[in-house]
Design a protein around this ligand. Structure first.
Ligand SMILES: C[S@@+](CC[C@H](N)C(=O)[O-])C[C@H]1O[C@@H](n2cnc3c(N)ncnc32)[C@H](O)[C@@H]1O
Length: 237
């Protein structure tokens, strides 16, 4: 993936991310949120929504991509930003009322370890993640080509991971579809949001050939799981 290159045009293409940020924030508890961390914050969609609901909350935006955070900072000048890999980031000195991760966890190598870490440092954890089966029609364009799709989980696999770490306060599914006139336009959507994985030359040319050949409409379907967790640990704030 190349989120740095995508940063400038991201907001115009990230329709599912924007919609999920709104839906996720609707699930937040009514009790006050004084501080939060936005994990894989990107250009700040989720943080902007959290701040609409809790205008005085102290915001920490963390992302691997410096350029994504630069754009987020223009929208939320008072936020603190940290360029870091969330999976290795040391949370030890921090305690938050809320951690939020909107469409970023699908890129993590070890979701279970991250869940344990975040649940020890945040009272609530709200996240959205695309489930297994998302983007099926698009991936079908590349049947029998070693297309580098991301590892997606079923809802029950995610609930299994969660049960070891936290209590589910609420959860919902949300399907977001967008249809593109052909496969090249659909591929452009993923490129515009940075979700393109590097492949070798041989696979790249097979992918290009499939894209060119597929001239009929392709639907990109995000089958989203949105969830609010409460940490079982008592956190002093
Ligand atoms: C699809 S974007 C979502 C951005 C944002 N949350 C939103 O709602 O638009 C995924 C973001 O996660 C970030 N990301 C992926 N893996 C990460 C990691 N291990 N640590 C920090 N950021 C990560 C990427 O850099 C990218 O900005």
């Amino acid at each position: 993936m190349n989120f740095n290159d995508a940063a400038l045009g991201y907001d115009e293409s990230a329709f599912a991310q924007k919609r999920c940020a709104v839906e996720l924030v609707k699930m937040l508890p009514n009790e006050n949120i004084a501080s939060f961390i936005d994990v894989g914050a990107g250009t700040g969609f989720a943080s902007v929504e959290v701040l609409k609901k809790f205008p005085n909350a102290k915001a920490l935006l963390l992302d691997k991509s410096a350029r994504m955070l630069e754009i987020a900072k223009t929208k939320i000048p008072c936020a603190t930003t940290i360029i870091a890999d969330a999976e290795v980031f040391e949370f030890s000195t921090y305690n938050f009322d809320l951690a939020i991760a909107n469409l970023s966890l699908q890129w993590f190598k070890d979701l279970g370890t991250f869940m344990t870490k975040v649940s020890s440092h945040a009272k609530y954890f709200a996240f959205s993640i695309p489930l297994k089966g998302s983007f099926k029609e698009y991936f079908d364009v590349f049947r029998n080509v070693k297309y580098p799709d991301i590892k997606l989980y079923t809802e029950s696999a995610i609930l299994d991971i969660i049960q070891q770490n936290a209590k589910v306060v609420s959860a919902k599914r949300c399907i977001i579809n967008e249809t593109y006139p052909n496969a090249i336009e659909a591929a452009r959507h993923f490129r515009n949001i940075g979700a393109i994985t590097t492949v070798n030359q041989q696979i790249q040319s097979k992918i290009a050939a499939r894209l060119k050949a597929h001239q009929t409409p392709v639907m990109i379907s995000y089958d989203m799981f949105l969830c609010l967790l409460k940490s079982p640990l008592t956190i002093q704030h």
